[in-house]
Design a protein around this ligand. Structure first.
Ligand code: ACM
Length: 618
């Protein structure tokens, strides 16, 4: 699969979107936007000035212009005299401006003659991202940018998106596209879930069997009859892993986009793939382990806290730290069944020798030892909230996924926290609407509105404790997500809601404006870029039963360029049916029932699920 993601000049042909929206259709909504009259015309003659031409943001913008066929060269502003600095039809990208700005903040000023972006480090990059969102192609092939003044900075410093590549493997091109998408919505931490029971996906030179054995499973569970835990398998071998060169290439790609990559190496649970390669890592080395073919947690197959295991884990982490230069290494720590430890003579002795309370204490001992090693290398660990059980390792950051309780408790103990609760709409493997028409998913429902409504700052924490909430993340677990198209479907548009949760001040959040005024524009862009997404149902369409004799229904399209087709005769609507142009005035005869069924179909043929409003005139 080779699909390059860059939002080029293929956006709406009618550049009216920004005119009525107070946020100029920017996602995430900025801190402040002042709209102004007129447009800046971007052509190949436009001069791009930069006071730091080798800056990542400048290079990124230059590459963007080149891809768009404009190819404007970048002029070093510092070699120009005063007169030339004010030339018309110019874009200035500046890091050496006077005055302060919040971390990652920027100012973007667009007038008919000039565009200026002031921002340092990631700030300049985010200013460029906002500018790129504003570029509109007019009907004559010219690009225009509506005038305005934007001041912006993030609410949270950690804005994360996770991808599970163990349950299903996603290739380098897809991972890069994922990072592109994150960067264009100002998300800055890519949590890469690289190892799990169902496959080890990263080359470790010292332990080659991790990939020659641990990356391959004989078959995959496909039990997908909704609501039935069917034991169907595909009887097809499955595998894949990233070489160290590929990993470094991805980390570099992300760095160019101000995205930090956090590798997750699961321990001591979720480690069956590693034990299939090296059974001596387990408490029962005589047993045969095979890379897991089904989902859920293995009852008793976890690492044994032996010296041999610590040597293995620290060796692996050494190679991982060489590939990932960021501060954080995620060591998992979730869902560790302790049955094998309870019956192991070695573990019983270890608990006695170390004066530990029980097997929870043993988990704590394991994580604390790993943390000590990671800290000794100048790095920090993140773990899922189970690392609280039996006592937190001294410097660990906690990812709160089982609700917010773990995160609240960790923050109260003075630990940093990243909020990612499944109950808060942060699990993107959940469905986006409760409907049998949605693709099969592992369970749970997280509609766009739920994700959007999440606030990562729990009221249970006081102001000081709230400072430990570094930010927020959504997770894409891939048990039933086997293709890039389905990954995109589950990701979008919810990732845009996550971006707004992570970036936008609470006072600027407004779900109606987000979902009805801004989302349609962004989905139209994805459509033209060949990126899959869930087509929302028509705005104003009801999917329920109502009682009455007359119904006035106003609908609109949730995707720019798409049409809403409908039927009143009970048939499933499709493109051969009438499409909505004007409000409907439906009269249901006495003692009759009618159905208003709608579907949204976009220009490339993508479609929403069908809504059914059953109207009964009793
Ligand atoms: C998790 O969902 N097991 C972190």
């Amino acid at each position: 699969m080779k699909r390059i993601f860059l939002l080029l000049f293929v956006v709406a042909s009618v550049p009216v979107f920004a005119q009525h929206d107070p946020y100029m259709c920017i996602i995430p909504a900025p801190v402040s936007v002042k709209k102004a009259k007129g447009d800046f015309k971007l052509t190949s003659e436009t001069i791009v000035l930069a006071d730091s031409p080798s800056n990542r943001a400048v290079k990124f913008f230059a590459a963007y212009l080149k891809k768009a066929g404009l190819g404007n060269s970048i002029t070093d502003l510092t070699i120009l005299d005063k007169d030339h600095r004010d030339m018309k039809n110019a874009i200035t990208l500046s890091v050496n401006f006077k005055g302060d700005q919040p971390e990652e903040g920027y100012e973007l000023n667009i007038t008919p003659d000039h565009i200026t972006i002031n921002g340092r480090n990631a700030g300049l990059f985010y200013g460029v991202q906002t500018l790129m969102q504003l570029i509109q192609k007019d009907g004559n092939g010219n690009a225009t940018i509506p005038c305005g003044y934007i001041k912006d900075y993030p609410r949270f410093k950690y804005r994360g998106m996770h991808l599970d590549v163990s349950r299903h493997f996603f290739d380098v091109d897809f991972v890069k596209q994922y990072i592109d998408l994150m960067a264009s919505y100002k998300l800055n931490n890519f949590h890469w879930h690289l190892t799990d029971d169902q496959g080890w996906r990263i080359e470790i030179k010292k332990y080659p069997k991790l990939t020659t054995v641990g990356s391959l499973r004989a078959q995959t569970k496909i039990g997908r009859a909704a609501g039935v835990d069917s034991e169907l398998y595909d009887n097809t071998p499955y595998g894949g892993f990233y070489t160290q060169d590929q990993v470094k290439d991805i980390v570099d790609y992300a760095t160019q986009r101000y995205v930090n990559v956090i590798p997750e190496i699961e321990m001591p649970g979720h480690s069956v793939a590693a034990m299939a390669a090296y059974p001596e890592l387990s408490c029962d080395p005589k047993k045969t382990y095979k890379v897991r073919e089904t989902w859920g947690v293995s009852e008793d197959d976890v690492y044994c806290p032996t010296e041999e295991n610590f040597k293995f884990s620290t060796d692996v982490l050494n190679e991982v730290m060489d590939m990932f230069p960021g501060q954080y290494i995620h060591i998992g720590g979730d869902e560790v069944p302790k049955d094998a430890w309870k019956t192991s003579d070695f573990c019983k002795q270890l608990i006695d020798d170390r004066g530990l309370k029980d097997v929870n204490g043993l988990q704590s001992y394991f994580i604390a030892r790993i943390e000590k090693y990671v800290n000794s290398q100048g790095r920090s660990i993140i773990g899922w909230d189970e690392i609280l059980d039996g006592g937190l390792a001294p410097n660990a950051t906690v990812m709160s996924w089982r609700g917010e309780t773990g995160g609240i408790s960790a923050a109260q103990q003075g630990h940093d926290v990243i909020m990612t609760p499944g109950s808060g709409g942060m699990y993107f493997d959940h469905t986006q609407q409760k409907s049998p028409q949605e693709p099969f998913s592992i369970g749970g429902n997280a509609p766009l509105s739920k994700t959007y409504a999440y606030d990562p700052l729990p009221a249970a924490l006081d102001k000081e404790q709230q400072k430990h909430i570094l930010g927020v993340q959504a997770n894409l677990w891939t048990e039933y997500i086997a293709t890039p198209e389905k990954a995109e479907y589950m990701l979008l548009p919810r990732m845009l809601a996550l971006a707004e949760v992570a970036w936008t001040p609470l006072a600027n959040k407004d779900f109606r404006n987000f979902s009805q005024d801004r989302i349609p524009h962004h989905l139209g862009r994805f459509d033209k870029e060949g990126i899959n997404y869930r087509v929302p149902t028509a705005i104003g369409a009801m999917d329920t039963s109502v009682i009455g004799a007359r119904f006035k229904v106003e609908l609109s399209s949730p995707v720019e360029g798409a049409k809403v087709y409908y039927t009143l005769d009970g048939y499933t609507p499709r493109e051969t049916d009438v499409y909505y142009t004007t409000p409907l005035d439906i009269i249901v005869p006495p003692k009759n029932t009618m159905h208003l069924k709608t579907i949204v179909i976009n220009p490339s043929g993508k479609r929403s699920i069908v809504t059914d409003m059953k109207m009964e005139n009793k």
